[in-house]
Ligand binder design. Structure first.
Ligand SMILES: [Zn+2]
Length: 172
């Protein structure tokens, strides 16, 4: 019976921010909560596994936090980084692409069997493909249409997230 260690990390992720439009330089911070789990293996004890899960959660949190800070509108001019926004929406592309592919293949198959004089066969044989295609396509459209996340905190506006770092790190 494998033991799974779950861990949740909460905390601030900090990342420098430079606006590509007005050149405004700032420090961004965002409060994140990320979970991760790892399985206790034969060669690892519980503490090692917990460290591994913590490390994964920490890595996920840093990465997701950096992306969210990059996506935030500039505190000086209010514009969002075009590349960050593009990559946010680009995550929907593989879904839309494969959904459309399933639909095309399914329809082509149905068309072929219909041209052979067996339209019922065609629909029966290809309906799972058409169904999968539709579901995947709708999931992709859902991702494509989702709203951009709310803004990170910027140090020039609200230095509060930096307050607990102490004078040394806070002055960086
Ligand atoms: Zn700007």
């Amino acid at each position: 019976m494998p033991t799974i260690v779950h861990t949740i990390r909460r905390g601030w992720v900090y990342s420098p921010f430079t606006c590509e439009y007005c050149g405004h330089e700032d420090q961004g911070a965002i409060h994140m909560k990320v979970g991760a789990s790892a399985q206790v293996g034969i060669l690892q004890d519980y503490d090692d596994t917990r460290d591994l899960a913590m490390g994964t959660a920490h890595g996920n949190m840093e990465q997701a936090g950096d992306e969210l800070i990059a996506l935030s509108p500039c505190p000086a001019c209010g514009k969002r980084d075009e590349l960050a926004v593009k990559s946010f929406y680009a995550k929907a592309k593989p879904w839309i692409g494969s959904g459309a592919l399933f639909l095309v293949v399914g329809l082509a198959g149905a068309g072929y069997l219909a041209s052979e004089g067996e339209p019922e066969m065609g629909l029966l044989a290809t309906s799972p493909l058409l169904l999968i295609g539709l579901v995947v396509l709708i999931a992709g459209l859902g991702k494509r249409l989702r709203k951009l996340p709310p803004s990170a905190v910027f140090r020039s506006r609200n230095p509060e997230p930096w307050a607990h770092l102490g004078p040394e790190r806070a002055s960086q």
